[in-house]
Write a protein that binds this ligand. Structure first.
Ligand code: ASP
Length: 581
């Protein structure tokens, strides 16, 4: 037996007990007559005491040990003279009578404590050491709890956990595929699934009725704080359902998770908003509704004078930063520089200060009278003391830019409290999205999403206006997940492939299996998937999903610890029939 207790277990009531503990040396303090060691394992930290007078040899031995040595000790639990109220084992210590070094350790490249001196890169390179740190461990504990409670909830609702293959054929979900060459079929490739989309639909054709899987998905996209090349979804599908059945079922899941894991209770149903409304009010399909600062359309008012910038714009939109009329020149310049950065791409920023004395001050005073500015302020419901910020240009771009500014300002003003959670269903996404680059329509969600029957008449004349039975769940400005009611009719699916520019042959070659399945009795069905990494990060109050993944990749998609990706040797390439140029 390596240990009788863990390092997080012993309390005042254990005094007098003889124990054996094993763990890592977090730190040691040598006070001359006494040496103390903090012994750490996954469960906590226990203080070990060595007394020079009682056992000089043992004390000498303890003093020589370095950080992160793996040791085993025997001893008796005693009451501490100076107690540490900050840790659960802080009232006791172990009077050590025997010590065995199980394994020596090199000095770690950073300190393995809650506050570490290790930078991001170093911590990722030695992630196995970083994972010894409590704050990191806590995040993975949260993830474990969320996954466990997800299974409990879905199991209680009759969902079957079914594994689907990882070596598949491409499923278009808007990203590039990762591909895997096949040795046995030279010149041919598998694709890693962007999601199990077609498989879960086939399971509905098979009569499985309710499916779920906590599953890895792979997308070869540019990375950001909330994106990894491989990520995990809670992937679900249901047969014989309408959109509302799905929203209710999964609202139930989210409520269950927040309540059991975070102790947060949501009152009533989650609010719902159409995509069109979300874009108009927030310029985003995943609005953060923890705060107001909604968009105000000032186009008509702003275009009554001779200010060419506004007059030539498709839209002039504003947000009201309440109580910010005292912003200094410097602060306003900073905001202007911020929106002009290439990532945002605005040409400039116009402000209207609604001074507390009832006067107005604006960067475009030259073109607008006091009365004009007042009219705009009134339109925006701005009060004395408020600050209006205006962007103008192409409608879609301006919305996007103003959304960024709105979030940036709200962060600055402390309006995005990570302990406040505001879910929002966004409904009726457009079916299609025009892609400038390829000059054709793409499926906004994926090609299996059904159009709204009432919009079907537009499909030939104005396909961009057709709405889909597609929905997302947004929370705090993050898209937690999304899904749709699917097409289950072969003819309509085939029409959809046409619309997306697939030739009959291409559609047959890529999706023949799905189209034939639809000929053998496909039930109406629909589903959705949540991004587990994002969900857990949001619940943990963080914007970065990396911390919630045990072994994440960096921004260039590299795992610096195992050093991947890496080249293949000649023999491997030959076996796969591959030549590099
Ligand atoms: N497969 C979709 C996705 O990954 C989710 C769904 O439609 O169920 O976004």
């Amino acid at each position: 037996m390596y240990r009788s207790h863990t390092c997080g277990e012993l309390r005042i009531e254990h005094i007098g007990t003889k124990v054996t503990l094993a763990g890592w040396m977090q730190r040691s303090r040598d006070l001359g007559g006494m040496t103390f060691i903090d012994l750490r394992d996954r469960y906590g930290i226990t203080q070990l005491a060595f007394n020079m007078e009682v056992n000089a040899a043992l004390c000498e031995q303890a003093r020589k040990l370095g950080r992160e040595f793996v040791i085993q000790v025997e001893g008796e639990v005693i009451e501490r003279s100076s107690k540490n109220k900050n840790i659960p084992t802080g009232e006791i210590e172990i009077n050590v009578t025997n010590l065995v070094v199980l394994n020596a350790a090199k000095l770690p490249p950073f300190t393995i404590e809650d506050d570490t001196d290790g930078g991001d890169e170093l911590r990722m390179q030695y992630r196995y050491l970083d994972l010894r740190r409590n704050p990191v461990l806590e995040k993975l504990r949260l993830r474990n709890r969320v996954a466990l409670e997800t299974r409990k909830y879905l199991d209680s609702k009759e969902f079957l956990d079914v594994e689907t293959p990882v070596l598949i054929k491409s499923t278009p979900e808007g990203a590039r595929d990762f591909v895997v060459p096949s040795r046995m079929n030279e010149g041919q490739f598998y694709a890693l699934p962007q999601s199990p989309q077609t498989f879960k639909q086939l399971l509905m054709v098979s009569g499985f009725d309710r499916y779920y899987q906590i599953v890895k998905c792979f997308r070869d996209e540019d990375l950001r704080a909330d994106r990894q090349p491989e990520f995990t979804q809670i992937d679900c599908e249901m047969a014989f359902v309408e959109q509302n059945d799905i929203l209710e079922m999964f609202e139930g899941l989210i409520k269950h998770l927040f309540e059991t894991v975070r102790g947060v209770k949501f009152e009533g149903a989650f609010p719902r908003m159409t995509y069109a409304e979300a874009m108009e009010r927030y310029g985003s399909d995943k609005p953060d509704i923890r705060f107001g600062m909604e968009f105000v359309d000032l186009t008509a008012l702003a275009q009554q004078n001779d200010f060419v910038v506004f007059n030539s714009a498709e839209a002039v939109l504003a947000i009201n930063a309440e109580g910010c009329s005292e912003y200094t020149r410097k602060q306003l310049d900073e905001l202007t520089e911020w929106v002009k950065r290439p990532q945002i791409g605005a040409k400039g920023l116009v402000y209207i200060k609604c001074n507390t004395d009832g006067t107005f001050k604006s960067s475009v005073d030259k073109f607008y009278s006091e009365a004009d500015l007042k009219a705009m302020a009134e339109r925006a419901n701005a009060k004395p003391g408020d600050l209006l910020l205006l962007l103008s240009g192409d409608l879609a771009k301006t919305r996007k830019q103003l959304n960024e500014l709105r979030l940036h300002l709200a962060s600055q003003l402390g309006l995005r409290d990570p302990n406040v959670f505001k879910p929002l269903w966004v409904l009726d996404f457009p079916l299609l999205e025009w892609d400038e680059e390829s000059g054709r329509y793409h499926a906004m969600h994926h090609p299996f999403t059904s159009p709204k029957p009432e919009d079907m008449h537009l499909i030939d004349t104005d396909p961009g206006k057709v709405r889909a039975n597609a929905y997302d769940l947004a929370m705090n400005g993050v898209e937690l997940g999304g899904g749709s009611i699917r097409i289950h009719d072969r003819a309509l699916q085939s029409r959809m492939f046409d619309l997306l520019g697939f030739s009959k042959e291409e559609a047959q070659a890529q999706f023949g299996f799905l189209m034939s399945a639809f000929e053998y009795g496909a039930p109406p069905h629909g589903g959705l998937a949540f991004g587990l990494d994002r969900l857990v990060a949001t619940m943990g109050g963080s914007e970065s999903i990396r911390d919630y993944i045990a072994f994440p990749k960096n921004n260039s998609g590299r795992d610096t610890m195992i050093d991947a990706p890496s080249p293949l040797n000649e023999a491997q390439l030959k076996e796969l029939g591959l030549k590099l140029n």
